[in-house]
Design a binder for this molecule. Structure first.
Ligand SMILES: Nc1nc2c(ncn2[C@@H]2O[C@H](COP(=O)(O)OP(=O)(O)OP(=O)(O)O)[C@@H](O)[C@H]2O)c(=O)[nH]1
Ligand SMILES: [Mg+2]
Ligand SMILES: [Zn+2]
Length: 328
């Protein structure tokens, strides 16, 4: 029997422990993972080189779901609306973060697979933006080979943040597209719809910046739950969105809503590679006095430090580079 002829293809839109909602031509199938596939998957996902030939211990499997939102899967039907996933197709792209498990090691968590772009969300105010986090997201997207859009929500509150334009200027200069929007007035939504149309995009940003509100504003029929007014938007309160979930956009495309992730560790980026993930700095690589061995920290004759002094590279971005590098 040729397995390919007997099965249907779909995309994982949602998941809860052990259950995957697979979206396929006009319907959703509640799937589980075949036990054979589960065993096979344990092997290749043990990613770090030293682990490659080791089957993961059972307690480690709990921390890594072999299936990600966005995965294209093959499934067999097992009753009305139910099925069994038998194959996961190769991932075209993967947006990942590092997930340290105390007492064990750091695991890769694939946030979304097969996405086309990352939509990085910050509120103009409430919560006050911390731009270091923006650099972390941008680097993650660059490492995944995905373009990023920067969306600034709550533009109705922009008067509360006099620094907004100045803070965003370095990103504009690098060439990142910035979309100021307001989910309450509808400002900026038509432009954002155009940028999302026909693509699979992932919303990332800390809790309370208005990701789910934005999704509701883009597509009001969804009527998703958002944080009640007065519940606090400092990001410290309970997260409103608790699950990653993909939505079909009626104007074309797909959008993944994520819960505000407090930890967003860089995954699988070598220290020497980091500078290449800052597009405005990468052009200076190789021009330093110590050539490719320059760490761009305190070396004399560092072309990147010179570019900072000359006003060609933002000192804030350079500081982010140093911070992130210290973490690798
Ligand atoms: N003033 C104003 N408030 C907004 C706007 N968009 C969202 N909010 C409020 O911001 C709060 C948080 O919105 P959510 O959409 O739940 O934020 P989220 O980013 O999805 O948060 P998590 O799901 O926890 O990650 C809610 O009280 C919203 O009403 C806006 O454009 N203007
Ligand atoms: Mg939300
Ligand atoms: Zn250098």
């Amino acid at each position: 029997m040729n397995i390919n002829d007997e099965n249907d293809l779909g995309v994982v839109f949602r998941k809860t422990l052990g259950h995957y909602t697979v979206h396929t031509t006009g319907r959703d199938i509640d799937c589980e993972l075949s036990s054979l596939l589960r065993k096979q998957l344990i092997y290749p996902i043990a990613d770090p080189t030293s682990m490659r030939h080791r089957v993961m211990a059972v307690h480690e499997i709990e921390h890594i779901d072999p299936v990600a939102i966005g995965d294209q899967v093959r499934f067999v039907e097992a009753g009305p609306g139910r099925g069994m996933i038998v194959e996961i197709l190769p991932r075209r792209t993967r947006l990942s973060r590092a997930m340290p498990v105390p007492g064990q090691r750091v695991f890769e968590q694939v946030i979304v697979s097969n996405a086309d772009q990352v939509v990085i969300v910050f509120a103009a105010a409430s919560p006050t933006p911390k731009w270091g986090l923006l650099d972390r997201y941008l680097v993650t997207a660059e490492a995944a080979g995905l373009p990023s859009l920067i969306v600034i929500t709550k533009m109705d509150l922009a008067a509360q943040n006099r620094d907004l334009d100045i803070d965003l200027e370095p990103y504009r200069r690098i060439g990142y597209a910035i979309y100021p929007v307001c989910s309450q007035t509808g400002e900026g939504l038509p432009q954002l719809r155009e940028a999302l149309r026909g693509r699979t995009s992932v919303l990332v940003g800390k809790s309370g910046v208005g990701k789910t509100s934005l999704l509701n504003a883009l597509q009001p029929e969804l009527g998703l739950r958002v944080k009640a007014v007065g519940q606090g938007t400092d990001g410290k309160g309970r997260h409103t969105t608790s699950h990653l979930q993909m939505f079909e956009l009626d104007f074309g495309g797909r959008l993944v809503d994520t819960p505000g992730m407090r930890e967003f560790g860089l995954w699988n980026i070598a220290p020497d590679e980091l500078v290449d993930l800052f597009p405005e700095m990468s052009e200076y690589v190789g021009q330093c006095k110590f050539g490719l061995s320059c760490q761009h920290e305190n070396e004399p004759g560092c072309a990147i430090r010179k570019a900072v002094t000359a006003g060609k590279v933002s000192p804030y971005r350079y500081k982010s580079y140093l911070n992130l590098r210290g973490e690798l």
